[in-house]
Design a protein around this ligand. Structure first.
Ligand code: CTP
Length: 412
């Protein structure tokens, strides 16, 4: 497998040589790209000698014997992953801004391969709000960032900023490579967003779901090779690329759409916040203000339980649970009551995570296990959840290699 190692300007550039060796020890063919800053710290010759390839140092090799004019596009298509180590504050900023003024930034924009960033810099630079928001944005865009380690820094300060340990970087690259296409052959049926129940022609009963978690799951599953059918209640989000969108509004429409697509699915994930009640009667005309008003509500169907009842053998069904008190016990009880294979438990009483936030923390609950997924961006959490879901397949795959979704859990 081929990976591209981007080396950027920082004293930790010398550590990239050891990293290159460690990647080669895992049978990875490494092409090195150096920024101008990196070349002030280490000579390209070092990496050329170690990697056995010419080191790419510039966008502008056209017309020379050095390389093709469209080398960045060619490499973008050929590489299986892009690792940037060390990633300087400037590189993070330029990636986040979508700049394309040197080979590495152009390659970053042009590649569809997974991207791993291993930042290293002075502690103040790392902790600065600008750097932190650039890293968060790059994670939003799908990159995996490896936090630098704390320790004595070359600048004489002490704190977070050292390039992560070589083994940690190598393991991250291997796990990112492992995830590529690991859901190929799966059809993931996902629900997202918050359903709305009409009260009158201009009002509805809704909830605070933004749909971000469900959309992040759709995007991640699609990136990992699954066919994704996304049944979405209204959100303010752009439709994720590569997914089949089925727009719905009410709980009733969501139920119908999910049951309709269920026979095609091998994995079902109910990330939607479904209204539990709807007005028994919808007023035909706009309700006027006239003293106290009582709405009579009737319960909607429990879609998740219904999907569990109608599922085909081998199909995985995963729900979400938003709890405000005694989260673990309530989540476990809900899991058993609904008969799903797992529940992603959100404690929505915690601040800064959950509804409408870009971040979330959860517990992945199965009838026998509880895996803590600590606070992280919803993009990263989506990948963690899918990896947990993929693990659920393992015991069943051993029993039966056939049937819906046999691809899950078998690796690439
Ligand atoms: N869900 C569903 N149909 C409903 C309500 C919820 O399919 N009418 C699904 C949600 O999509 C979620 C799971 O059930 O995957 C749990 O949702 P939650 O709102 O936490 O639970 P409720 O079923 O509403 O139970 P309770 O009101 O007791 O918390």
């Amino acid at each position: 497998m081929k990976i591209t190692l981007g080396v950027t300007g920082g004293i930790a550039a010398y550590k990239a040589a050891e990293l290159l060796r460690a990647l080669q020890a895992k049978a990875l063919d490494v092409q090195v790209v150096m920024t101008e800053g990196a070349q002030r710290f280490v000579q390209p010759l070092t990496f050329a000698a170690l990697s056995g390839h010419r080191v790419i140092t510039s966008l502008w090799n056209e017309g020379t014997a050095d390389g093709p004019a469209m080398e960045h596009i060619e490499l973008a298509q050929r590489t299986d992953a892009l690792l940037v180590a060390p990633a300087s504050a400037d590189t993070l900023a330029r990636f986040a801004a979508g700049r394309a003024d040197d080979f590495l930034s152009t390659l970053y924009l042009a590649t569809a391969a997974p991207v791993v960033l291993a930042p290293a810099m002075n502690v103040r630079m790392w902790e600065h709000a600008a750097t932190q928001s650039n890293v968060a944005l790059l994670e939003e865009h799908g990159a995996t960032a490896i936090a630098p380690e704390a320790g004595a820094l070359a600048c004489g300060m002490y704190g977070s900023g050292r390039l992560a340990d070589t083994q940690v970087v190598v393991e991250t690259v291997l796990s990112v490579l492992d995830r590529r296409e690991d859901l190929a052959g799966e059809t993931v049926l996902l629900s997202a967003g918050g359903t709305r129940e009409a009260v009158d022609p201009v009002r509805f009963l809704g909830n605070r779901s933004s749909g971000k978690m469900g959309y992040a799951l759709a995007e991640a599953a699609s990136r990992r090779g699954a066919r994704v059918i996304l049944v979405s209640a209204p959100t303010a989000l752009r439709a994720p690329g590569g997914c089949e969108m089925v727009p719905v509004t009410t709980a009733g429409e969501m139920r119908a759409a999910l049951l309709d697509h269920l026979p095609q699915a091998s994995v079902v994930i109910m990330a939607a916040a479904v209204s539990d009640y709807r007005p028994r009667l919808v007023a035909e005309q706009k309700l006027r203000r006239a003293g106290p008003l009582t709405l009579e509500l009737e319960p909607t169907e429990d879609i998740l339980s219904e999907l569990v009842r109608h599922r085909a053998p081998g199909m995985l069904v995963v729900g979400f649970a938003a709890e405000t008190e005694d989260a673990l016990a309530s989540g476990r009880a809900k899991l058993l009551r609904k008969g799903a294979d797992a529940i992603v438990l959100n404690d929505v009483s915690r601040e800064g995570v959950g509804f409408d936030s870009d971040r979330n923390a959860a517990t992945f609950l199965t009838p026998t296990t509880a895996t803590e997924l600590p606070e992280m961006s919803k993009r990263v959490l989506a990948d963690r959840i899918l990896t947990e879901v993929r693990q659920l397949r393992r015991p069943q795959t051993m029993l039966s290699e056939s049937g819906a979704g046999a691809g899950l859990g078998q690796g690439r």
